[in-house]
Design a protein around this ligand. Sequence first.
Ligand SMILES: *Cc1c(COP(=O)(O)O)cnc(C)c1O
Length: 458
Amino acid sequence: MKHETNIPYKIYLSENEMPRNWYNVRADMKEKPAPLLHPATGVPMGYDDLRNVFCDELVRQELDDDTREIPIPQAVLDFYKMYRPSPLVRAYCLEETLQTPAKIYYKFEGNNTSGSHKLNSAIAQAYYAKQQGLTGVTTETGAGQWGTALSMACAYLGLDCKVYMVKCSYEQKPFRREVMRTYGASVTPSPSMDTAVGRKILSEHPGTTGSLGCAISEAVEAAASAPGYRYVLGSVLNQVLLHQSIIGLEAKAALDKYGIIPDIIIGCAGGGSNLGGLIAPFMGEKLRGLRDYRIIAVEPASCPSLTRGRFAYDFCDTGKVCPLAKMYTLGSGFIPSSSHSGGLRYHGMNSVLSQLYHDGYMEAISVEQTKVFEAAEYFARTEGILPAPESSHAIRAAIDEALHCKETGEDKTIVFGLTGTGYFDMAAYEKFHNGEMRDSIPTDEELERSFALLPSLQ
Ligand SMILES: *Cc1c(COP(=O)(O)O)cnc(C)c1O
């Protein structure tokens, strides 16, 4: 193996090398992301409009386009110390089996019980809720990683946690549900009869197995109608990208320690939080004209918001109760095919990433899920870690870039985000192993039908 003795296999930071501030990339953007608009009036929403739904400090962070560094509260730093820094791993074995001259690193966020990067924002959001003296928080979860992360954070801080879980996941992933209940959360399958929006969706679509957009509407309503509760969200929002900047700040500090400069940075993209977090400090350098990097977002071919979506104002949820965001979107009514197993199912993309993509600061590609699971299996067999299907989108792209380097003989340095582990996704792996996995790609006609329903205030 070509192990370079001057660079450790895994680069860790010591406790005093860990970042103490989150980095807000919006401060360095010339074209700021467009403001959130009120879903009924179309008027930009300010602090007072958003406070009923979100915690006060999180509203401030959501709206703050100017403060570059935001201090991480001591209690959050202390919690981070339980599972951070996360390792930056040199994928020597993967490089060797691919026979590539490329150098591949991955930032591994799966080393905590929730199994993904989502805990980085869950603890921050729960902390601000607690600070404000709230009783609890409500949220939605799809596959269950966010709900798990949030229930861990709430258990730690003594907050009540109410999770609306997309019904098909609730039924297909009973283990995730039980992990959340172990941490004291209450878990309701969505759509439910608990909320007006849930009852409406059930009467219009009896037998529906739910969607993320629908669970969001229910969680927002539940927060608004219970005193002392606020709604929290695990992706898509700017505040979540801010908290996730810890991933990129640690990765950059680890690389800087050994003088390593990446050429290509790759992340999977659902709502955009891990990608936005990983790339944040690198994008900052790019925006300030200090250095150039190739930055690649990888999304599923079955839910291709950046590569095939429209850059437009759209609803963030199916029930149209959330603010409108300007983003790359497939339309708030878009629901990816039920044969899609790889996560990353959200119809839109965070508005900061959407703006950066629109302005040409990053690239996006989409990959089919059979190719994603091929990469997942290859990675598990070479590097040992069983990756989450979501993370495996980034693995696929990293492998393809490394294979390209093999053709051209370039020894590029590739960094990708390995967002989590896949132990709860074995039903999808089973489908893949049995040769039963199909690629489902929406047709142009299907997308056009969905775009036709975009709100007409552009
Ligand atoms: C939620 C999740 C993602 C996608 O969410 P983003 O907000 O786009 O980062 C990716 N990987 C894992 C393991 C996840 O749990």
